[in-house]
Write a protein that binds this ligand. Structure first.
Ligand code: 5GP
Ligand code: ZN
Length: 137
């Protein structure tokens, strides 16, 4: 897509620090790291959300995740890592081209992501679960 910043990175039209790539995927350093070593893994083809991608293409992209995460963790001496993937502005997606964040984490690094866990009322989970099930085409 011509006005997509990540498509421009794929095409080499704007600079990025590339980590690994093949015909279908690219991994590069995030320019605004949550923690040093924060990397992004993207499909080279433009898709806005993971629901727009054929399952096989998501699966193929994910085959590269362990290799990238291992390298990020080893290079930063991290104790663990987060994988995030946002879909839609409401979910915090700023760049509308599918990307997976790999963020190295250290014990005591002080980073807190909001996780406002709630509780279902009586029967609510089952009702919504049934609605979701009925849409699993
Ligand atoms: P989102 O909020 O859409 O999940 O995250 C977009 C990410 O892309 C952010 O972490 C941001 O720092 C990163 N980003 C945005 N523009 C650029 C860029 O031009 N180059 C690189 N390397 N990363 C970018
Ligand atoms: Zn794009």
């Amino acid at each position: 897509m011509s006005d997509c910043i990540f498509c421009k990175i794929v095409a080499g039209e704007i600079p990025s620090y590339r980590l690994m790539e093949d015909e279908d995927m690219l991994a590069f350093m995030d320019i605004g790291p949550i923690r040093p070593g924060h990397a992004l893994l993207i499909p080279k083809k433009h898709y806005e959300r993971t629901v727009d991608m054929p399952g096989e293409e998501v699966a193929r992209l994910m085959t590269h995740l362990p290799r990238l995460a291992r390298a990020v963790v080893e290079a930063t001496g991290a104790d663990g890592y987060n994988v995030f993937q946002m879909n839609g502005a409401c979910a915090g997606q700023v760049v509308p081209h599918v990307h997976f964040h790999i963020i190295p984490r250290h014990n005591g690094d002080g980073i807190k992501f909001g996780w406002p866990a709630a509780r279902y009322g009586e029967g609510e989970m089952e009702k919504l679960g049934e609605k979701i099930r009925s849409r699993l085409l």
